[in-house]
Every structure is written in C-alpha cells, then in structure tokens.
Design a protein around this ligand. Sequence first.
Ligand SMILES: Cc1ncc(C[n+]2csc(CCO)c2C)c(N)n1
Length: 211
Amino acid sequence: MSFSRDLRAATSTTWDAATGHRFVAELWTGTVEDAVLARYLAQDALFLDRFVALLGAAVATADDTQARLAIARQLGLVASDEDDYFARALARLGVTPPVEPLPPTQGFLDLMDDARRSGAYGVALTVLLVAEWLYLDWATRPDTAPPDWLHREWIDLHRGPGFTAWVDLLRAETDRVAAGVDDLARERMGEVFRRAVDLELAFFDAAYGDR
Ligand SMILES: Cc1ncc(C[n+]2csc(CCO)c2C)c(N)n1
C-alpha cells in the first residue's frame, strides 16, 4: 500500500459519494439543469483562480526538475484549455461574474491559500492530487458521452491519456515526498487530503443549494 492509496481507501465513503454524486450522474446523461451547472461553474471559476496560484507554488517548491517541468506544463494547460471552456460555458449560461464564494468554495480557497503559503511542496501536492484524482475518477467511465458540448467538454477536460499521466505523476510525487518527510509532516499531508475530499463532496452539494 502506498501513502496515496491508503488515504484514498481511508476516505472511500466520502470519495465515492463525490464521484457518484447526482451532479456527476446528471452531467453524464446530459440532464443537469442549466441553473445547477451555472451555479457550479460560477463557483468553480473562483476555485480555478486559486488552483492556478497553487500550481505556481508547486512549481516553485518542487525538489525535482522533471516534476517541476511537468507541473509547469499542466499550469499552462489549465490557463488555456480550461479557461476557454469557462468563457464559453459561462457566456452561454448567462453567468456574469463576480459571484460570492459559497462555504465549500471558501473552504477550498482557504485550504489552497494555506497550502501555498506553507511553502511545503508535499502539502501543495496533496491538495492538487485530490482535486485532480477525484475528477479523473468520476470522468473515466465507459458510458457514452452526452451530446451537448456544454456537458461533454467538462467531462473530456478530466479524462484521457494526458490527464491520466498527470494524475499518475501527482500520485508518484506525493508518495515520494511523503516517504521522505517526518511523521508530523506526513500527518499534515493526511489531514489536508481528508479535508480536500470533504470539500469536493460539499462543492457538488452546493450546486443544488444543499450547503
Ligand atoms: C472543485 C473542483 N475540484 C477539482 C477540480 C478539478 N480540476 C481543477 S483544475 C483541473 C485541471 C484540469 O485541466 C482540474 C481537473 C475542479 N475543476 N473543481
């Protein structure tokens, strides 16, 4: 068992509730209401801004050149492809920023700010790992993709060989770093992992006004 696998197993109830969330089911069938998707994406735009800042912190603190380059390449992708989807999706749904962060979004912003300011590569990696791995998990299904680009592209951004390789790198890096730090630092990484999984579930709930 690896560090990441242990944490994934320890959080399986909440993890599976998130990857099997009503939002995910409705996205796959293309039946998610526009109002729900609009609320979700407006919040996710706030999330993404801080996520890019956290990627920058990981670039700055990585202790391995190949990992630093891989994270930098992903930062470039998030800042281009993903931002393009947001612009088109928010325009079509008629969402006009700025929006106020709902509690789960604020929780994520705080977690990402703390991780960034900690200057600890392992802590930054752990937040990135949960956010990316949990999304790869729900977006990787044998099901037929929904016909509307609004739904299909949000799935496609989170699956495929490139995204899978990125999550593999985050897992390998998180496991490598966790093996090299002391028990206290490892426990801190575990806390951050559990908090991030809780927030992912709450984030989906909030799209339905449940938080
Ligand atoms: C709440 C929330 N958690 C995770 C992600 C996933 N995510 C954020 S940035 C990124 C990179 C994609 O190229 C991915 C997968 C999200 N969007 N929203």
